[in-house]
Design a protein around this ligand. Structure first.
Ligand SMILES: [Fe+2]
Length: 260
């Protein structure tokens, strides 16, 4: 399997703190069925970030360590890019690493809200020929309240990545509920680990896929795996048929009007 989102690169963000930790994450990913992983250190427009060149260089150095340890894992370059109003400009200047140097860009929203300029950034990226992949939207409070924000975005060509840990309840009940809805309504294209530290319980792709198979069927689980393969080759993803979420009860301040 291919994992498109992990903080495995040592000493660059809040992920692996050193090489030993990075190697421990690498072993865990392999144990969870991962053969290739895109290393996605946080890219903060107004803070710490690596250039595409630095990202590739650090990935190559870490790959050598992984190979030396005999861990059968291929590391590919990437970044998790925090949304800023001028992101299109930075991308146009060649400052922003994309996923394995493809047209797919892993985009992070703040957890508490969807910024007012989000759709402008989508537009800018689209004009430049890039495809945003929203990282773990099931963890965003606005999207938890209104998952249909994603319905219009997905119809407009935006892609969506869910965290395996969300399905396991690692980020709480609301994120799990939202992740399940996004799967059921075909408002999601990828499942990834978003691993930050060793420990398989919070991020194991194999466990996450098992939940998808059980709740959404084998075909859906296979589709998520296939899409990751297509992404690293810069290909079109599998076609999907998104549908809007209709809350079953009255909105009473509870997420989606449903009790957890
Ligand atoms: Fe992440």
């Amino acid at each position: 399997m291919i994992d498109i989102h992990a903080h495995i690169l040592p000493n660059v963000d809040d992920g692996a703190g050193d090489y030993a930790e990075g190697l421990a994450i690498a072993r865990d990913l392999v144990d969870c069925g991962v053969e290739k992983v895109i290393s996605t250190p946080h890219f903060l427009g107004n803070g710490p970030r690596l250039t595409p060149e630095e990202t590739k260089e650090k990935t190559t150095i870490f790959q050598e360590k992984v190979d030396k340890e005999g861990i059968p894992l291929k590391i590919l370059p990437g970044a998790e890019v925090f949304i800023t109003v001028d992101l299109g400009k930075m991308v146009d200047n060649g400052e922003v690493p994309t996923l394995n140097e493809t047209r797919y860009l892993l985009l992070e929203l703040p957890l508490e809200k969807v910024p007012s300029f989000t759709e402008n950034v989508f537009f800018d990226l689209k004009v430049l020929g890039y495809i945003p992949v929203i990282a773990h939207p099931e963890r965003n409070a606005d999207i938890q309240k209104n998952p249909n924000l994603l319905f219009s975005w997905v119809n407009d060509g935006i892609k969506v990545q869910i965290n395996a840990g969300s399905l396991m309840g690692y980020y709480g009940k609301r994120a799990r509920k939202a992740a399940k809805i996004l799967l059921r309504k075909q408002l999601s294209h990828f499942l990834a680990s978003d691993a930050h530290s060793p420990g398989k319980n919070s991020s194991c792709l194999r466990k996450g896929l098992k939940i998808v198979r059980r709740t959404n069927g084998k075909i859906r689980a296979k589709g998520l795996v296939e899409n990751a393969k297509r992404l690293i080759e810069n290909k079109e993803l599998l076609p999907s048929e998104p549908s809007p979420y209709v809350p079953s009860g009255k909105l009473t301040g509870l997420v989606f009007g449903e009790k957890f």
